[in-house]
Design a protein around this ligand. Structure first.
Ligand SMILES: Nc1ncnc2c1ncn2[C@@H]1O[C@H](COP(=O)(O)OP(=O)(O)O)[C@@H](O)[C@H]1O
Ligand SMILES: CC(=O)N[C@@H](CCC(=O)OP(=O)(O)O)C(=O)O
Length: 298
């Protein structure tokens, strides 16, 4: 039954009260941002959250745009377990696309919709101290090989002070997944990983990962096979069975890691569906995939 317009607002009231003053980390996946109309709608929803008393913190990706720029320069993208192998040139492209292009675009859009955003990378205020990811084990023709991913980072320390300063003054922080190691090297980190680590460091109420599919699917080509809940204990098995592949691997692992480290609610939802963020936050409708810890009996 469709709710009358005024009832929609009333249904939202308990959620607005519950979430008042809380921090929500929202990760905007590159795929959900490919369409400018969708991106515009998502940003408007995020500005709405700020005006009902929630503190949104945005972490954004931009994988498809990096891939496209690389293609235009005649360079092929290579991924291992959803993580981009990043040589010198790829790092330069990733930095330009993420920090120079996508981050400023999001900041402008928030301003356009009446919010106040501050664009940051993990380098600002030494927010993310990273270290180069160790070589990854890859099975090629039954043989295990160590593959060096190049300038890819794991987060080592997150210093959330700058984020708190900004949210306390009602700014919306917009964070790109580029960071520095102790030697001053620039590192490219998967945006899902950054979103998860930031959500943990902020003790966020929720982590919401917006992507271009309706959640984790049992058959990734069939949207009707959505898995509505995944226990963290099931994640590695689903990867092993190849149910979860490519870009969904870091997403689900990051979601699980956030849950294990104390973020109560982690949801993977489809950002390309109109107002999915508002539906997730302010209604009883169960959308997307929730990642939970079975031990906590959620
Ligand atoms: N089991 C699965 N369910 C849903 N999507 C999956 C699954 N396995 C792999 N994928 C792929 O993961 C993609 C989402 O990850 P990614 O491309 O990195 O998105 P984003 O840019 O939003 O971070 C989907 O578009 C889909 O192609
Ligand atoms: C190391 C690594 O994989 N970095 C990612 C950063 C961007 C990202 O994560 O974008 P999405 O969220 O759109 O996938 C990359 O270069 O694609």
């Amino acid at each position: 039954m469709e709710l009358k317009r005024e009832n929609v607002l009333i249904e939202a009231l308990p959620y607005i009260q519950k979430f008042y003053n809380s921090i929500m980390v929202i990760k905007l996946g590159g795929h959900a941002m490919v369409d400018s109309e969708i991106m515009n709608d998502i940003i408007r929803d995020i500005v709405l959250l700020r005006f009902v008393g929630i503190h949104p913190v945005i972490v954004h990706g931009g994988g498809p745009e990096i891939t496209e720029k690389m293609e235009r320069m005649g360079k092929k993208s290579e991924f291992i377990g959803g993580i981009r192998i990043t040589d010198d040139e790829t790092l330069e492209i990733a930095r330009m696309v993420l920090v120079g292009n996508i981050n400023t675009k999001i900041v402008s859009l928030i301003g356009h919709h009446g919010g106040h955003a501050v664009g940051l990378s993990g380098k600002d205020g030494k927010m993310i101290l990273a270290r180069k990811k160790p070589p990854q084990k890859v099975r090629i023709k039954e043989m295990e090989h160590d593959v060096d991913l190049g300038w890819v980072g794991d987060t080592e320390i997150i210093n959330p002070e700058l984020i708190h300063i900004l949210t306390n003054k009602s700014y919306i922080p917009v964070i790109s997944p580029i960071a520095m190691d102790t030697k001053g090297n620039t590192l490219n980190i998967n945006a899902d990983v950054v979103a998860s680590d930031i959500a943990v460091s902020l003790n966020a109420e929720k982590l919401i990962l917006l992507t271009d599919v309706t959640g984790v699917l049992r058959d990734k080509d069939d949207p009707s096979t959505r898995i509505s809940q995944i226990a963290v204990e099931e994640v590695e098995q689903l990867i092993e069975e190849d149910v979860i592949s490519s870009g969904m691997i870091p997403k689900v692992r990051s979601a699980a890691s956030a849950v294990i480290s104390g973020v109560d609610r982690v949801h993977i939802i489809n950002g390309s569906v109109s107002h999915s963020l508002l539906l997730e936050l302010f209604t009883d409708t169960g959308i997307g995939t929730m990642v939970y810890e079975a031990e906590n009996n959620k």
